[in-house]
Design a protein around this ligand. Structure first.
Ligand code: ATP
Length: 336
């Protein structure tokens, strides 16, 4: 029997106490972390591609990394696979440092980062057979199981060159899961797929997570795609993780503000700054002013505006959708 208390590992049977760094195994909710990034940076010459990134994934969770092109998603995933070295920070997977113990970690990870380079004139099964041999996968049923999981036939004469885009993506995922990894890292696996293709991938990604306990990191630049797949979403913009939470949490958190339509918004802005010490607002045109601090009292502010000679035509709480918000932060991308 093993008991863990305050960072100390007690084995009562042999009466030994081991101390080890619990930060990497348990988060503040007491959940098991499979993968933890702490203050990770990547600088390429003059591009700060990943900025002070902190991220942790619990066992069995599907985490969606959402960001426009160039946001730093692929760079993050490549660092997790030790394909590129972080400029600074720490990456621990299975409580091991990826830079020091790559050989122990990588066999337990499946990834789809770039197109795997399948042979066009071979079938899906033949292609997987080549990879299985190269990787020394001993299980004879590994290929059949992986194909079954992604709903591709094992005995089929269709060549890879005749596959649809959806089938190609599913074969790439079959390759990523063939060695039964505990963590899956999938870079834009649904890129370019139609809604049916996305629904198919969603079904088995959910199966992998919910029924087989796999931990999955998946990236996309389309909010609607990631929203249906991920338990938790992190929005990354210019290398910075700007928001994180479940879809519901993000929706609640974002895009709420109080909109005032007034006769003179410059005067209204002055009242907010001087009387209320409020700086979290934006004016537009001559009459509109949005206040993003929701703890303000709308009746108090309306009263102050009127007392100072500013007429108020309208005042109400507005809500942007998460899509509006994401569009704003990514400069217009991300809407499917
Ligand atoms: P995409 O969906 O377009 O791949 P991404 O979110 O995956 O976008 P990254 O590929 O991680 O973004 O790129 C992040 C930034 O780092 C970009 O500005 C990119 O140009 C830059 N970058 C990536 N790899 C390199 C490299 N090897 N050398 C120099 N700059 C790079």
């Amino acid at each position: 029997k093993v008991v863990i208390q305050n960072g100390i590992y007690h084995n009562r049977h042999i009466n030994v106490v081991y101390s080890f760094d619990l930060n990497f195994y348990y988060d503040n909710r007491g959940e098991t972390c499979m993968l933890v990034l702490k203050n990770v940076n990547k600088i390429f010459h003059d591009t700060h591609a990943v900025v002070d990134l902190n991220l942790s994934l619990q066992k069995g969770e599907i985490y969606g990394l959402l960001g426009a092109n160039g946001a730093g998603k692929t760079t993050t995933m490549k660092m997790l696979l030790n394909l590129i070295e972080p400029t600074s920070g720490s990456i621990r997977i299975f409580n091991r440092d990826i830079r020091l113990e790559e050989k122990k970690i990588l066999p337990r990870i499946g990834s789809l980062i770039e197109s795997p380079g399948f042979y066009p004139n071979l079938t899906g099964t033949e292609n997987l057979r080549i990879f299985a041999k190269l990787r020394g996968i001993p299980r004879t049923d590994a290929i059949e199981q992986a194909l079954k999981l992604v709903n591709l036939p094992y005995k089929d004469k269709k060549l890879y060159s005749q596959y649809s885009l959806g089938m190609k993506q599913r074969l790439a995922i079959a390759l990523a899961v063939m060695h039964d990894p505990e963590i899956l890292i999938l870079d834009e696996p649904i890129n370019g797929l139609d809604p049916i293709g996305i629904a198919e991938i969603r079904t088995f990604i959910e199966d992998l997570s919910k029924n087989r306990g796999k931990t999955i990191l998946i990236s996309s630049h389309i909010l609607s795609e990631i929203a249906v797949l991920a338990d938790d979403i992190g929005i990354i913009d210019k290398g910075v993780l700007i928001e994180e939470g479940s879809m519901k949490e993000l929706e609640e958190k974002n895009g709420k503000y109080v909109h005032f339509k007034v006769s003179d918004n410059a005067q209204a802005a002055r009242i907010l700054s001087v009387y209320y010490k409020e700086s979290n607002f934006k004016v537009s045109g001559n009459q509109d002013i949005n206040v993003y601090n929701l703890s303000i009292s709308i009746p108090d502010i309306v009263r102050s505006f009127v007392q100072e000679g500013v007429d108020v035509m309208d005042a109400h709480l507005c809500e942007d959708t998460l899509e509006d918000y994401f569009k704003k932060v990514t400069g217009g991308e991300g809407i499917a």
